[in-house]
Write a protein that binds this ligand. Structure first.
Ligand code: GDP
Ligand code: MG
Length: 412
């Protein structure tokens, strides 16, 4: 058995020394407080002295039960003959050790408590600050949202105004807005609306179609209908010039417009210039024979009088002519400078036509081409050509949907 004495500023420090020196199997025989020796010793804090022992054979006795771990043992019996005074002293030492441990624990607890309280206060402070910040962010977000929706509303209003100024029918504007809202969930700017509108308009206007030629070798008969003065005769001459000069088609003219002498003369002039034969018919029945006479032609273009759709007798005659002609293609010629109401009336009067293509003239005179969209939307009929000037043969083209859309949206 080895017995050693260890001192420390407190029991903990002395115990640590025991453990380091003798290992954890050491047995604590006693602990006590001691005053340092010397003149000033009494002024200093007392030290703790620990008396510890370890069995010398401990490491060799493999089969022995391991010694109990370091702990404070009642000293009586270990030291053999101990006096009662010693026992009391040891008891006092133990009490003071426990007291010091308790104090340590108390101060540790106090420290933990202070730390916890401090942390809690800090946490609460941070929470309050975070709440404050969240409130600020929330109110800012509400403001931004309001601004965005306000801007969004303004955006749609401005956009709607552009369409209305292009004289688009309100029903079409509503449908477009509906569709745009489906396509563009969060418009960043009015350009997003225009982008979507462009696609919708291109879709509504559809692919234009020109004359579809018969493939059975027989001439393709095309009849031009529409109100007076819209440009039927001029347009017919433009188309004839294109097909005869650029596509080498053999063409024949038939005119049913004998209402005005000048009208016949007008077409005759173009016929002479273009070297195209012309037949003048005075009754609807005559058209069959006139068509038969052109059986060697590729294309027969039939001009009609600008019958007023308001004059029932004149209009009945026009219907008879259409029925008699059995044309392969009917072009309803409308001028872009017609008003919206006039257009609606015309469309409803020409509703007797089974199939026809839309041909718009005077794009150059129309401040807005909304009529093209309105009529295409109302009738569902194909666009064909558009004309933009009096010049024969130049001022005609296959309807350019992209340009029409640009004009409607006033974008370049
Ligand atoms: N500005 C302009 N005038 C046109 C256009 N097409 C025809 N016109 C003119 O409109 C007037 C009537 O044309 P016309 O062919 O006689 O019409 P119709 O009565 O329907 O046969 C004429 O003075 C034409 O020169 C066009 O695209 N633009
Ligand atoms: Mg005419």
């Amino acid at each position: 058995m080895r017995i050693r004495r260890y001192t420390g500023k407190d029991a903990q420090e002395a115990m640590l020394k025991v453990k380091m020196d003798l290992g954890s199997e050491a047995v604590i025989l006693s602990t006590r407080k001691i005053k340092k020796k010397g003149i000033f010793g009494f002024l200093k804090k007392p030290l703790t002295e620990v008396l510890a022992a370890i069995d010398d054979d401990y490491g060799n006795k493999k089969n022995d039960k391991p010694a109990p771990s370091a702990k404070i043992r009642k000293t009586a019996g270990f030291y053999g003959q101990e006096s009662t005074v010693d026992s009391v002293r040891e008891e006092n030492d133990r009490v003071s050790l426990l007291e010091s441990k308790l104090k340590q624990m108390e101060s540790m607890l106090n420290k933990i408590y202070t730390d916890v309280v401090k942390e809690k206060t800090q946490e609460q402070k941070e929470k309050r600050e975070a709440h404050g910040a969240a409130d600020t962010i929330r109110s800012e977000a509400v403001k931004v949202q309001q601004t965005v929706s306000q801007t969004g509303t303004d955006m749609y209003k401005s956009f709607e105004r552009v369409l209305a100024e292009s004289e688009i029918e309100p029903v079409i504007i509503d449908r477009m807005l509906e569709k745009i809202k489906q396509l563009v969930k969060n418009p960043g700017s009015i350009n997003d609306l225009f982008g979507a509108a462009r696609k919708i308009l291109v879709n509504i206007l559809g692919e234009p179609q020109t004359i579809s030629f018969r493939e059975d070798g027989k001439p393709t008969v095309v009849i031009f209908l529409g109100p007076t003065g819209v440009g039927k005769t001029t347009t017919l001459a433009k188309i004839a010039a294109d097909y005869s000069l650029n596509h080498e088609k053999k063409i024949g003219f038939i005119t049913a417009d004998t209402y005005r002498i000048a009208a016949v003369e007008q077409l005759k002039t173009y016929a002479e210039i273009l070297n195209i034969p012309i037949s003048v018919i005075y009754t609807p029945e005559e058209i069959k024979e006139a068509i038969l006479n052109y059986s060697d032609k590729d294309l027969i273009l039939v001009d009609t009088a600008g019958r007023s759709h308001k004059n029932a007798e004149q209009f009945a005659e026009l219907k008879m002519l259409v029925a008699s002609a059995q044309a392969d293609e009917v072009f309803l010629v409308l001028s872009c400078n017609l008003g919206r109401t006039a257009c609606k009336e015309i469309i409803s009067h020409y509703g007797f036509l089974k199939n026809y293509k839309l041909l718009f003239t005077k794009l150059d005179e129309a401040p807005v081409p909304g009529i093209i969209l309105n009529i295409r939307y109302a009738t569902g009929k194909r666009l064909s050509y558009t004309t933009a000037g009096q010049c024969v043969p130049d001022d005609i083209e296959v309807a350019n949907v992209e340009n029409i859309v640009k004009s409607i949206l006033r974008t370049s």
